[in-house]
Write a protein that binds this ligand. Structure first.
Ligand code: NAP
Length: 254
């Protein structure tokens, strides 16, 4: 029996990287998946899942917009009839900023996507999952929600806030049958990391330095995060609420 049979998942930021891999992995486990993203390339990911025999659809969706969240949840219910799993995955690195010179607009943009986007997602699915009496929400935080990185204050602050938002939601919603957990990836080989290294002056040097910070001696691959997300979404994680699932090759063990 597929581990997510009869379940419906909404995954944000699913045009690329971890979100696309989570969509493929969840569909392979039997879930119907609504992929959402501000990037219309999410349609291609959904089409490929459908061509491989899965159930998937795509909706354009900016997670920082309250109205677009309402539309995305309505689309999911109209298309698939219910909503069992929300993966709050969409996020941006926001670039490198020395704290003393940090532009306020850049700070607000990172917060509006990485933190407000997760808050809005929770707010929009809460009523639906409460009415069903069940649900699983997985929030993509980061190791950088647990430990600091120079020149990434807004990203670290946003991901640390996602960690605590997850715990507050988990405590509030556990009695309703809704489990909320966070995942904390180390550096994973996705377009977000590839683009950041490409844009850096000393990209190769930075890559080597970052790899050496992972005791397993490499970056992770998207599948290793998707496996953790599928686990949290499934009934195998039925006693997990408010957990911080760290998948980081040992980065934060040191
Ligand atoms: P990615 O390859 O850049 O994919 C992120 C996707 O989210 C992109 O398609 C992006 O579209 C989309 N997105 C950005 N802002 C959005 C918005 N406002 N509304 C809707 N979609 C939006 O990044 P990734 O590496 O897969 O990261 C996924 C999540 O994991 C992020 O929350 C990230 O912070 C977290 N994470 C990643 C790593 C890592 O090492 N890769 C580590 C820890 C945590 P655009 O291309 O238009 O921006």
């Amino acid at each position: 029996m597929a581990r997510l049979a009869n379940k419906v998942a909404l995954i944000t930021g699913a045009a690329s990287g971890l979100g696309a891999e989570c969509a493929r992995a969840m569909a392979a486990e039997g879930a119907a998946v609504l992929l959402t993203d501000r990037d219309p390339a999410g349609q291609d990911v959904a089409d490929a899942i459908t061509a491989a025999g899965g159930r998937a659809a795509f909706a354009a969706h900016d997670v920082s917009s309250d109205q677009q969240w309402a539309d995305a949840v309505r689309t999911c219910l109209a298309r698939f009839g219910r909503l069992d799993i929300l993966v709050n995955n969409a996020g941006i690195s926001g670039g490198r900023h020395a704290l003393a010179d940090h532009d306020l607009e850049a700070w607000r943009q990172i917060m509006s996507i990485n933190l407000d986007g997760v808050f809005l997602g929770l707010r929009h699915v809460g009523g639906v999952m409460a009415a069903q009496g069940s649900g699983s929400v997985i929030n993509l935080s980061s190791i950088l929600g647990k430990v600091g990185l120079a020149n990434a204050a807004a990203y670290c602050a946003s991901k640390g806030a996602v960690l605590m938002l997850t715990k507050a939601a988990a405590v509030e919603w556990a009695p309703l049958g809704i489990r909320v957990n966070s995942v904390h990836p180390g550096f994973i080989d996705t377009p977000m990391v590839q683009n950041a290294l490409h844009q850096a002056e000393n990209g190769n040097e930075m890559r080597d330095l970052l790899i050496s910070a992972h005791p397993l001696g490499r970056f992770g691959v998207p599948r290793e995060i998707a496996d953790a997300v599928v686990f949290l979404a499934s009934d195998e994680a039925s006693f997990m609420a408010g957990a911080e699932l760290v998948v980081d090759g040992g980065y934060t063990a040191q």
